[in-house]
Design a protein around this ligand. Structure first.
Ligand code: SF4
Ligand code: SF4
Ligand code: FES
Length: 325
């Protein structure tokens, strides 16, 4: 017997959310989704949740299980029981429509914002060879080598479950942030050898609310049930941006300033880094730093004015040399 403590809310009837407990005899080998189905079919037909494939492919059954998002159809109940209980809630960073069903409009809007389609080379002359009967339509076939496909392989496994976005700290702080799933989708097209919009995509993704607004918390990596692992895809995007010289933004300047400081002294120069990140010619931006600086000074948290280097600089230089090589 296990108690399922399930988040319930019907906005048409309830004043607010509450948790309802259901006692269930767990069949051997049952997944969390099997149990939700048993509860709905045998105890309470009003319980709402999403499901479709029951095979970890469609991404529709993501719910929070004991505090973190997981696919209900991929999660064995026995692995989740804590003191005879399991807590089930809707995924985070989304408005609850009813019980475990959330509004994913914003999630899908962000996916659309990164143009999840191939931008084709218009110079290719259709139709060679014809792709449709009668020889009309279609572009010249564009093949990929296994190596080229490998660059987009991981991102291609995304099943759009939104688990990554549920626990994303940057999304929670700023709803306009593109979020891990959309950024992973963007990397899938940025690195597609057949896509002709790479530069335009990287410029767009480097803007405010884009790839540089991720705080590297790693939650998306932890929660993703596939090989997509969005944080890895975001790091790939950032590397591409730096390699392409798209560095006129706070995020890229921050990274370059960080590396420069470590290379010079072995430690971070916290007096200079904010100035480098904001941009030395960005007067309004620099002025906006003054109140923060004063608050840090008053709390005794300002870094030493004279920046020293560490004794083991030879080791640092060796690491940089090796990395470059
Ligand atoms: S690593 Fe970045 S994108 Fe992923 S959850 Fe954290 S802030 Fe969000
Ligand atoms: S990146 Fe992973 S967690 Fe995010 S939507 Fe895709 S499959 Fe789900
Ligand atoms: S029901 Fe499709 S992923 Fe779980």
């Amino acid at each position: 017997m296990v108690i399922f403590s399930i988040f319930r809310m019907n906005p048409e009837k309830d004043k607010g959310p509450y948790y309802k407990d259901y006692e269930l005899n767990i069949p051997e080998g049952a997944t969390v989704l099997d149990c939700l189905n048993l509860i709905k079919w045998t105890q309470d037909g009003t319980l709402s949740y999403r499901m479709s494939c029951r095979s970890a492919i469609c991404g529709s059954c993501a719910v929070k299980i004991n505090g973190h998002p997981k696919l209900a159809c991929k999660t064995q109940v026995v692995d989740e029981i804590m003191n005879g209980e399991i807590r089930i809630e809707p995924i985070g960073n989304a408005k609850v429509l009813k019980d475990l069903v959330v509004d994913l409009d914003l999630f899908w809007q962000k996916i659309e914002d990164v143009k999840p389609w191939l931008i084709v080379d218009k110079s290719l002359k259709p139709p060679t060879p014809p792709l449709q009967k009668g020889g009309k339509g279609g572009f010249e076939e564009q093949r990929q080598s296994p190596e080229e496909f490998h660059r987009i392989d991981a991102a291609s496994t995304c099943i759009m479950c939104a688990s990554c976005c549920s626990d994303c700290n940057s999304w929670e702080a700023n709803e306009k942030f593109l979020g891990p799933a959309a950024l992973a989708k963007a990397q899938r097209f940025v690195d597609d050898s057949r896509d002709k919009g790479k530069l335009e995509r990287i410029i767009d993704l480097s803007k405010e609310n884009g790839m540089w607004d991720c705080t590297h918390c790693g939650e998306c990596w932890e929660r993703c049930p596939t090989e997509t692992k969005p944080l890895d895809r975001i790091i790939t995007l950032r590397t591409t941006a730096l390699e392409m010289g798209i560095t006129g933004n706070n995020g890229a300047r921050h990274v370059n300033g960080f590396v420069e400081s470590i290379n010079k002294s072995g430690i971070l120069n916290e007096n200079i880094l904010p100035i480098k990140s904001i941009g030395i010619f960005n007067i309004p931006g620099l002025l906006s730093l003054i109140p923060v600086g004063i608050r840090m000074f008053l709390k005794g948290k300002n870094p030493p004015i004279i920046h020293k280097h560490i004794d083991e600089m030879d080791d640092v230089k060796r690491i940089f040399k090796r990395f470059k090589k």
